[in-house]
Design a protein around this ligand. Structure first.
Ligand code: FMN
Length: 328
């Protein structure tokens, strides 16, 4: 068994987390990950209202008696969602683990901590991780440049970001971005992380609520099939490469503004991709880890397989090194 500070402090069996995923992080997937010994996470804003979130948490609770969490993604927008209400629903529900992500989580962390809720803050740089540690987060999840969604503007991949985080942080942290198998988990642990967080890999599981065509598309895609959009706006997003993402990049490269691509990038179009299975219907999130995905297993089985493979990998390396030392 791979025990780390993260598994101990968060009361889970394997150091594997399913990160918040808009339109994907629903009760069935979160419960399946938790039942498999990982940490499943429901995405709050996928639920249209705070009341819907309360119901979704109850649905998850009916599907698992293991710990699971809720992701609250904080974006700066003209019409922000009612964050305080979503937060209160999480507190009232009795959920004990929250993943915050996005802009300054201070107010939310303070409230969650008052109610003995453990907070994992997801960020994309060592400096933001240090800030999260300073304001009281219990752990951080650090997205490298490989990650699906918003990998930040620093473009530092995991191979450097993980050991740099290990050097800087006192609290447990999990490595995120580009992980899909036991080799990745073994590498993350070796580089100093206390576990891994995955998004893309969990999209391709039986319980993931996205259309089968999109799962198959991910299985057949390579690591080259993602595109970075919104670079010019300093709000980089890693999405699937398709005709829509190409058009967005083209318009912004020619000096276009957000208003010129607003309709192309509408969340409602992205949601249709997952519902209708047409990969060209809009912008949809996926990471370079898709190049490592070859199957669509049950999520719990995947968690067990990754933990087992990582352990095997670490043990066989130890044997290899010991053998070569004893021969020489
Ligand atoms: N992270 C968030 O904090 N909030 C989100 O709403 C969110 N939506 C996502 C939707 C999808 C479809 C995917 C694949 C990722 C999303 N993420 C979101 C990022 C993941 O939680 C995770 O950090 C990221 O996927 C890790 O990189 P990986 O895909 O290479 O595993």
């Amino acid at each position: 068994m791979l025990r780390t500070r993260f598994t101990e402090e968060f009361g889970i069996e394997h150091p594997i987390v399913q990160g918040g995923m808009m339109w994907v992080g629903r009760a069935e997937l979160a419960a399946a990950v938790s039942n498999g010994g990982g940490l499943g996470i429901i995405t709050a804003l996928t639920q249209p209202t705070p009341e819907d979130l309360a119901e979704e948490i109850e649905r998850c609770r009916a599907l698992t008696d293991k710990p699971f969490g809720v992701n609250l993604t904080l974006t700066l927008s003209i019409n922000p969602p009612p964050y305080a209400e979503y937060r209160q629903v999480i507190i009232d529900s009795g959920v004990k683990i929250v993943e915050t992500a996005g802009s300054d989580p201070t107010v939310h962390v303070e409230h969650f901590k008052e109610h003995d809720i453990k907070v994992i803050h997801k960020c994309t740089s060592v400096r933001h991780a240090l800030k999260a540690q300073r304001i009281g987060a219990d752990a951080v999840s650090i997205d490298g440049f490989e990650a699906a969604g918003h990998p930040g503007e620093d473009d530092v991949p995991g191979l450097v970001l993980i050991p740099a985080s290990a050097d800087a942080l006192d609290i447990p942290f999990i490595a995120s971005g580009g992980f899909a198998d036991g080799r990745g988990l073994a590498a993350a642990l070796t580089l100093g992380a206390d576990g891994i967080n995955m998004g893309t890999r969990f999209m391709c599981t039986v319980e993931s609520p996205i259309h089968e065509n999109i799962k198959q598309q991910i299985v057949s895609a390579s690591e080259l099939d993602t595109q970075l959009i919104f670079r010019q706006l300093r709000n980089t997003m890693r999405a699937a490469k398709n005709s829509v993402s190409e058009e967005v990049v083209d318009i912004l490269n020619k000096g276009g503004r957000f208003k010129d691509v607003k309709d192309l990038v509408a969340g409602t179009r992205g949601r249709k991709v997952y519902e209708n299975g047409d990969p060209e219907a809009g912008i949809w999130t996926v990471g370079v880890a898709q190049g490592l995905i070859r199957d669509i297993p049950p999520a719990g089985e995947l968690v067990g397989r990754i933990a087992w493979d990582a352990e095997e990998k670490l043990l066989s390396l130890t044997h290899k090194i010991t053998d070569s030392v004893s021969v020489s």
